[in-house]
Write a protein that binds this ligand. Structure first.
Ligand code: HEM
Length: 442
């Protein structure tokens, strides 16, 4: 059975090493599953014959949270994706670059504040990055946050708590009735889901109220949900219900993903001072030349980009995607019985020794002076095909800005006795949370 390995994802990686890129195994209660980590097989499942491998909702809570884009498939999915895609392109995000830069600078300033009067300090860097990313996405997507009656609750902690209950969610996937028993964790989950849904409702009410005045309409152009609302109001057919679904999706998919990926990158770099130094030099060169931050000079940080890619390859926060085989499904010539759960294992694919040289080594150079075509269906931190991450450009700008500003100004080191494991909570998250010693660079 999968999951008995010491760290999240390691069992699957070891299977692929031992048995090759396609592995048949038994899951809970002996359920047959097929794990796929081979490029050809992944291409079949995620792109070429994706209509024969439909989503298997691993988030048992999906149906209770209206996270539509993360849970639907086929015509409904592609219709919504088409309407939403234009808001997530580089060009569209570039219009909000100042917001992103301001947030990253705030993070840098708060680290600086913590270092006032001391040469180094142990800082809760994961929490600090998470707060920064939360602000990033909130400002870009929602503008103002709605004021909730229950001010003790906060949307991010509510959703994070829902996520932290995911092992139970995974069981309820196999035995759905377990999800409805009046246990303490199910009650907590229900409370958090209700809060998240009420939050979305309140945000929608606030936006609707703004539609009443010309000034309100002008303000709405400044954030994503406002713009979608204006489109729903005009000729473009994204209904209010679909906008509500998108808000939940962005909160769910956008908050913890990027901050966790950035945290893992800092975790890896905290034992590689030479690589931090190289990044700092690259940033300094670009800044001396260009003088200010823009999207296009972020594109010049090719070494930083390679480092972030390599950290995503070694620790992919979304390590697998679950699909259910439809009639006639075949992978690499094998017939897959209808209804079989097929696990597209992005994490194992990125550590497959048949594809990657020195798969366990941290070697950012592998991504330099090469085209990404070389890694098609092998490097998949954001997935691929029709369901490829909607927010990958957003994640890219956030991670580059945050890492560039932090490493340009500070050095990160591990405290004595530092030990962090990879835990699986839908995402691969650090356990315990990452805290690092931070020093000023100059
Ligand atoms: C480093 C950060 C991130 C990583 C590694 C990541 C990874 C992924 C992966 C692997 C998928 C594919 C899932 C599948 O095939 O079913 C996905 C889908 C998705 N992601 Fe991300 N993601 C990140 C950040 C974000 C952000 C910031 C957003 C904000 C909008 C976002 C929104 C979504 C959505 C809406 C989907 C579903 C797309 C669809 O099915 O059409 N993600 N993400």
């Amino acid at each position: 059975m999968e999951g008995s390995g010491s760290e999240a994802g390691e069992t699957s990686i070891n299977w692929v090493r031992k048995y090759g890129g396609i592995v048949h195994y038994r899951h809970l209660l002996g359920e047959h599953r097929i794990l796929v980590a081979d490029p050809q097989g992944l291409r079949t499942i995620l792109v070429k014959e994706d209509e024969k491998f439909l989503r298997d909702i691993q988030l048992g809570i999906g149906s209770r949270l209206n996270i539509v884009l993360l849970t639907n498939d086929g015509a409904e999915h592609s219709y919504q994706r088409k309407l939403v895609n234009p808001h997530f392109t580089q060009m569209s995000l570039n219009a909000s670059f100042d917001i992103f830069l301001e947030q990253a600078q705030d993070l840098k300033n708060s680290v600086e504040d913590q270092l006032k009067g001391v040469t180094e300090k142990l800082l809760p860097i994961q929490n600090m990055v998470t707060d920064c990313v939360k602000e990033f996405i909130c400002r870009y997507a929602f503008g103002e946050f709605p004021k909730m009656e229950d001010s003790s609750q906060n949307i991010v902690t509510a959703l994070m708590s829902a996520l932290s209950l995911s092992p139970i969610v995974s069981f309820t996937q196999t035995i759905p009735i377990l999800g409805w028993l009046p246990t303490k964790s199910n009650r907590a989950l229900a409370k958090n889901i209700k809060f998240a849904n009420d939050f979305v409702k309140k945000l929608m009410e606030d936006k609707r109220a703004k539609l009443m005045t010309d000034q309100g309409k002008e303000e709405m152009k400044k954030d994503l949900v406002g713009r979608l609302f204006l489109e729903a109001d005009s000729s473009k057919p994204l209904t209010e219900d679909q906008v509500a679904g998108l808000i939940s999706t962005i909160i769910f998919a956008g908050f913890q993903t990027t901050s966790t990926a950035i945290t893992w990158c800092l975790h890896i770099l905290s034992e590689k001072p030479d690589i931090q130094e190289k990044i700092a030099q690259e940033v300094a060169e670009v800044m001396v030349h260009d003088g200010c931050w823009t999207w296009s000079n972020l594109d010049k940080l090719v070494y930083l980009d390679a480092v972030f890619k390599e950290s995503q390859r070694l620790i992919p926060i979304v390590s697998s995607v679950l699909k259910k085989a439809q009639r006639g499904a075949k992978i690499n010539g094998y017939d897959i019985p209808e209804g079989t759960v097929v696990v597209a294992h992005l994490g194992a694919a990125m550590r497959n020794p048949h594809v990657w040289e020195d798969p366990d080594e941290f070697k950012p150079e592998r991504f330099l002076n090469t085209t990404m075509d070389k890694y098609m269906y092998q490097f998949l931190p954001f997935g691929t095909g029709a369901h490829k991450c909607l927010g990958h450009q957003l994640a890219k700008v956030e991670s580059r800005l945050i890492l560039a500003l932090l490493i340009q100004n500070f050095i990160f080191e591990r405290p004595p006795g530092y030990k962090v494991r990879k835990a699986s909570q839908l995402l691969i998250t650090p356990n315990p949370k990452v805290e690092l010693i931070v020093k000023r660079r100059n």
